[in-house]
Design a protein. Sequence first.
Length: 135
Amino acid sequence: MSIDQEKISKFFKDKFYWEIIIAVILFAVASLTGNVLEFIIHMLYFIIFLEIVRAVSNFIREQRIKITLLIDAFIILTLREFIVNVVKVNKEDFSSFAMVFSSSVNFHIMIFSGVLVFLFLLRYIADRKLYNQKP
């Protein structure tokens, strides 16, 4: 096998390159159709379904639920709602912190931000507990 063939076979064996190629193709399709935001939202829904299916299949196999899978699903769901509220719904400007409470959309954005911080904290704690367990 020549050096070029080895490089080509290594390129196709490495999953990272496949992910980049698929992401570029999906982005190009979304850009050409003009639905990048809708595409992102639907991809987040897809990831949420994947995480929930992983949690259910792990529960069926092991008779226990891995909390990290559920936290991941909720993080992705909250990110999706955050994106929808910030980009699609929010058409209001505010110049002071008091104006956050005058608009329900801005208030929801603040709530989603707090929920995201809380979920990331839970995820961090769950990872620390998972990796610090003694066998």
